[in-house]
Design a binder for this molecule. Structure first.
Ligand SMILES: *[C@@H]1O[C@H](CO)[C@@H](O)[C@H](O)[C@H]1NC(C)=O
Ligand SMILES: *[C@@H]1O[C@H](CO)[C@@H](O)[C@H](O)[C@H]1NC(C)=O
Ligand SMILES: *[C@@H]1O[C@H](CO)[C@@H](O)[C@H](O)[C@H]1NC(C)=O
Length: 319
C-alpha cells in the first residue's frame, strides 16, 4: 500500500515538473514516455499525445503581427473576401494537424519553412495581386475565398456511388488552397467530419474550415502510392527510382507537383510556377528566414519534373 502511494506521489511530481518547464500557462507541455518514446501534449493547440507536441507549437513560432504582414491587403476595400480570413482561424484549424507534425516537425527552422511553404500555396492561390498593385503582386494573398466565375458545377459522375453530387450544390473552388469537384469535397468532408457533399458552401462561410480544407489537401496524397505535399516538402517520402528519373526530389518543387501536376510542373520556367516560388521566398523573408534556407534551386523548382498524375490520364485534384 505504502509503496503504491509513494509511486503515485512521484508520478505526480514528475507531471508537475513537466508542467513548469514552460512558464506560460497557455502552453504547458505534459510529457510521458511510451516504449522509450517521448510523447507530449502541449497547450490547447497540441491536444493528442504525439512526439511532435514536444516541440514548439505554431503560435509559438508565428505571431499575429506576422500573419498581418504576410496578408497585409486582405481587408483592403478592393479585396474579395473582406473580413473573412484571420489569424485565429488559421491557428484553430491547425490544431487538427499539429499533432501529426504540421509545422511541428524537425525544430524551429524546419517548422517555419513548412509554414512559409504551406502559406505560399495559400497566398498564391488566393491572390488578386497584379504587377502594379499596392505593395507589389506578392502582398495580396487571402484576397479571395472562392472561385469567382465558375464555368461549371464540378460534378463528376464517375463518383456517383461514392461521392454523389447533391442536387443544386456546386463544387467550385473554395478554401485557402481551393478544392474542386464532388470527390474532393466528399473526401475532405469525411476527413474533417463535415457534410461537405451536401454543404460545400460551409467552406466559404467559415474560415477555420477553409484553412482546414487546405491542410487536408496538404496532408492527403492524390494516390496512396504517392507522397502528400507535407511529406514531399519535409522529405518524409523516399523517392522511388521512377521518381528520381522524373526529377522529383523532396522540397518545395515537388509540393507543386503533388498539388497541381502538369498545370504548373514540367513546363519549363513558366510564370504559373515562378509565382508560387516567389511567394515562398517572399514569406521566408517576412518570417525572418534566409532565402538560402530554401536550399538549392533544384529543390525549389519543378520546371523539369514529370507530373505524378498527367492530366490527360486521370482527373487532377486541383482543376
Ligand atoms: C523537435 O525539435 C527538435 C529540435 O529542436 C528536432 O530535432 C526534433 O526532430 C523535433 N521533433 C520532431 C518529432 O520532429
Ligand atoms: C467553423 O468550423 C469549425 C471547424 O470545423 C467549427 O468548429 C465551428 O463551429 C464553425 N463555426 C461556425 C460559426 O459554424
Ligand atoms: C515506373 O515507370 C514506368 C514507365 O513510365 C512504369 O511502366 C512503371 O509502372 C513505373 N513503376 C512504378 C513502380 O511506378
Amino acid at each position: 500500500m505504502m509503496k503504491i502511494s509513494i509511486w503515485i506521489i512521484l508520478a505526480l511530481a514528475l507531471v508537475n515538473l513537466a508542467l513548469v518547464v514552460n512558464g506560460d500557462d497557455s502552453e504547458k507541455t505534459i510529457v510521458k514516455t511510451v516504449k522509450g518514446k517521448k510523447l507530449c501534449k502541449r497547450g490547447w493547440e497540441c491536444l493528442d499525445w504525439s512526439e511532435y507536441c514536444c516541440n514548439e507549437t505554431i503560435s509559438d513560432i508565428f505571431q499575429p503581427y506576422q500573419f498581418e504582414n504576410l496578408f497585409s491587403n486582405r481587408n483592403s476595400p478592393v479585396a474579395h473576401a473582406v473580413g473573412f480570413w484571420d489569424y485565429r482561424s488559421f491557428i484553430l484549424a491547425s490544431t487538427s494537424f499539429q499533432h501529426l507534425g504540421f509545422c511541428t516537425t524537425g525544430g524551429k527552422a524546419t517548422q517555419m519553412k513548412e509554414l512559409a511553404a504551406f502559406l505560399a500555396h495559400v497566398g498564391c492561390k488566393t491572390s488578386c495581386g497584379y504587377g502594379v498593385a499596392t505593395g507589389g503582386p506578392l502582398a495580396w494573398g487571402l484576397c479571395y475565398n472562392k472561385e469567382m466565375s465558375p464555368s461549371q458545377t464540378y460534378c463528376d459522375d464517375f463518383y456517383k456511388y461514392t461521392y454523389p453530387c447533391t442536387p443544386g450544390a456546386e463544387y467550385y473552388g473554395r478554401g485557402a488552397i481551393p478544392i474542386f469537384w464532388n470527390y474532393n469535397y466528399g473526401a475532405a468532408g469525411e476527413a474533417l467530419k463535415e457534410d461537405l457533399l451536401s454543404h460545400p458552401e460551409y467552406i466559404e462561410q467559415n474560415a477555420t474550415l477553409a484553412f482546414k480544407a487546405a491542410m487536408w489537401r496538404w496532408y492527403t496524397p492524390i494516390k496512396k502510392s504517392q507522397p502528400s505535399a507535407h511529406e514531399a516538402f519535409l522529405g518524409k517520402w523516399k523517392p522511388t527510382k521512377n521518381d528520381t528519373l522524373a526529377k522529383r526530389v523532396p522540397g518545395f518543387g515537388t509540393t507543386m507537383n503533388v498539388l497541381y501536376g502538369d498545370q504548373v510542373c514540367g513546363q519549363g520556367d513558366i510564370d504559373a510556377m515562378n509565382n508560387f516560388i516567389s511567394h515562398y521566398l517572399y514569406y521566408l523573408d517576412l518570417l525572418g528566414l534566409n532565402r538560402e534556407d530554401a536550399g538549392p534551386h533544384e529543390y525549389l523548382t519543378c520546371a523539369e519534373q514529370v507530373a505524378f498524375n498527367p492530366s490527360t490520364s486521370s482527373p487532377s485534384a486541383s482543376s
